[in-house]
Design a protein around this ligand. Sequence first.
Ligand code: AMP
Length: 941
Amino acid sequence: MHQGIMKAWLESSHLSGANSAYVEEMYEAYQEDPSAVSDDWRAVFDNLPPVNGTDTSVPEPAHSKIRDYFRALASDSRTKTTSRVTDPDLDAKQVKVLQLINAYRFRGHQNANLDPLALWKRDAVAELDPAFHGLGAEDMDREFNTGSFAYGNGTMKLRDLVKALKATYTESIGAEYMHITDTEEKRWIQHQIESSLGKAAYSTAVKARLLEGLNAAEGMEKYLGAKFPGAKRFSLEGGDSLVPMLREIIYRAGEAGTKEIVIGMAHRGRLNVLVNILGKRPAELFDEFAGKHHEDGLGSGDVKYHQGFSSDFETPGGNVHLALAFNPSHLEIVNPVVMGSVRARLDRRGSDDGLQVMPITIHGDSAIAGQGIVQETFNMSQTRAFKVGGSIRIVVNNQVGFTTSNHHDTRSTEYCTDIAKMVQAPIFHVNGDDPEAVAFISQVAVDYRNTFKRDVVIELVCYRRHGHNEADEPSATQPMMYTKIKKHPTTRKIYADRLVEEKSLGADDVTGLVNDYRDALDKGDCVVKEWRPMTLHTVDWSPYLNREWDEAYNGSIGLDHIKELAAKISYVPETHKLHSRVEKIYTDRGAMAKGEKLLDWGFAETLAYATILEDKKRVRITGQDSGRGTFFHRHAVLHNQNDGTTYLPLRHVADKEGPFDVNDSVLSEASVLAFEYGYATAEPAGLTIWEAQFGDFANCAQVVIDQFLSSGEQKWGRLCGLTLLLPHGYEGQGPEHSSARLERFLQLCANHNMQVCIPSTPAQVYHMLRRQVVRPMRRPLVVMSPKSLLRHPMAVSSLEELAEGCFRNVIGEVDPLEPAKVDRVVFCSGKVYYDLLDRRRKENIDNVAIVRVEQLYPFPHEELEAVLADYQHVKDFVWCQEEPQNQGAWYCSQHHFWTSIPKGAQLSYAGREASAAPACGYPELHTRQQESLIVSALNLK
Ligand code: AMP
């Protein structure tokens, strides 16, 4: 087989025995590093005969043998190829020609004409000069084999080859892809861009479409500039090609079968995209500029350049639903949100290969290089839980960092896009002033994404015509650049002149376009002719709109039924050999299912999922240890100790059940939480959970909590039923593993924006999770979830409590105290309850009642007041918490307690002293503090 490959190769090349020294040299390089030689050579060496004639994995190392082998093959091929006359000089040059091709593929982009302003100072790349390879004027008219170069017929005069290489690699497109190790992908890209010399022969209709896009981009900004002078609009001008680029991407995707596209972008150019791509009515935007508040608008609203929008867009392949995600000012954080939204839509459509829904993220040059969330999102892109079949990532590089900075200050990499190499994404740099190159490479990008299901990057190299916002004076900080920009014609003008010159359009057509667009803006109606009213989106949010947290939730499913489910999820096939510790857990679950044992936390939680799945709803859980559970309590994924296969009992709940996805996440909080937020805002029906390994790690995702989770509904009217499980509890594990920073969540609570719960029993966690799905309200649920409580002997529940009960926002006294004797009521939440109860029982105290508040927000006033009905005579109320005084619920929730306790009664605090750190690091000190707060709460002397 290998002999066949080599013979074919030798016959089609100019190599002969005379080149064996060169081959040997190359072979040495190959032995050191196989990637140091070209793909062709690697294929040859990979197929060399084995050392011992049988082991095909070891190439022959002895050079003399290599030499002999090539000599033999070459002479063999010569005797059989009578027409071939060898020329040793030509053969040596042939190799150099292949090296020249390789040089263009590797480094052509560094000398491409990418900057419309011609300000980029880039050294000439020596390897792109034929002379560097020893190829001179005398070689220019010689015919060479062009190897895998995809243009032409396999041989070319060197002069023509150099021209073709320049046209492909150093004009308006800088194709950077040789960092990809997969040969098929590289060959695919080479075929796409080399076979047409990096250009498309567009019809007049397509050219007119591109000009229309530029006309719209420019016309819109000019119109806004004239109508609202000085108002912030974060103009796209300079990057106008973004509009035709997006249009071509949508067209291409639609033709390939894409049904939905979710777009994420920051503020620059957003108004333009809203009006010229999404089809937002200009009149609506003008109202926003005028500061009008729509009475029918949701909540407090947001500035116009953060707004999202949805519409359908007609393409020859069918309508494509477009959704521009709402986003805050925090650059790049919307990316994982978009990916999550796409994944939810793909899951819903069962489009496992990602074809039907495509993400487009639009980045700034400084942001993509500067923000760590970009790396996190790239890292997710091929993982089981987060992959979306690749994303199209567009970087609008306007050459001014954000406000006034230049790239020397904003990155240490050559390109702003270098981060994308971590996932071997191809990166296409393109000159924004060449709309046809922009269109061509956009189509290649879509095809690449759809073929290989991987991320691809387009860097639109452009400029910023005005300051950061329209009131800024950019010449103050970028004098040279802006001297140039002021004289630089717009992209529309450059392209219109080109089309007129080549007679694709008449000058009148161009003027007509400008006037028509302005007239359309005057009318205020949608200016996107492909715009169609939304019909495609498959989720009906109406059942979830205007729902409140206090709507009744009926959790009953009947005892027999729950037993049946319990039996199913505690069954493991005999052939599936469990680890002994896991086996013990499942044996216990079997006993719990039969009612022989009270239920622990892990089983009750699992049962909640089973009921949801049985109802054909999806359950999706991600987090760093979600399959097993950080504290070894969940074991939703069972690993066979004999062969490593997995078995998920929750996938065997019913014949037709909802999908159960439990996946260990990448080691990140911000991107994972943002992804799950995106998922839950696009999938209201099921239960979506993000679980932190320890609750305090949610710190790393604070931007998602602040900017999306807690405020998204108020700002943008976007509902989100995401559940956060945040392990929390003071067990002496030190400052970093004790607190999920309850106080921060409580401080963000207002307008009933989310629920903050601290369930204290297995039945409570069961009902809390079910309630989140069964009740049609979709608002985030933040849970301080337990650690030691997972195995606390007192934290157990009966099957009956699950079968018939419901979530109790407040749980009153459980012991048979005589209310009249009670002179102190202690309120608490979470694990401390058991410490208090245990101690009270041990000390036989009968005058202190303990009341658990299981939902701290929205505060359950009515339920608490009902529980307090028996204690109206009590004057002494205490809030007891494990957290330091400046943390936990004390400061954020005490006003609720004050309003619930009888008039004239006092409320005091029992807990740790205020502290800068969440917890102490010394176990002994921890124990002393814990003892002291229990003593204080129970009034023990
Ligand atoms: P999309 O598929 O994201 O474009 O959404 C289509 C429509 O569904 C939107 O225009 C909204 O009316 C509605 N919708 C989508 N997501 C949400 C959400 N998270 N909360 C409320 N309504 C939503």
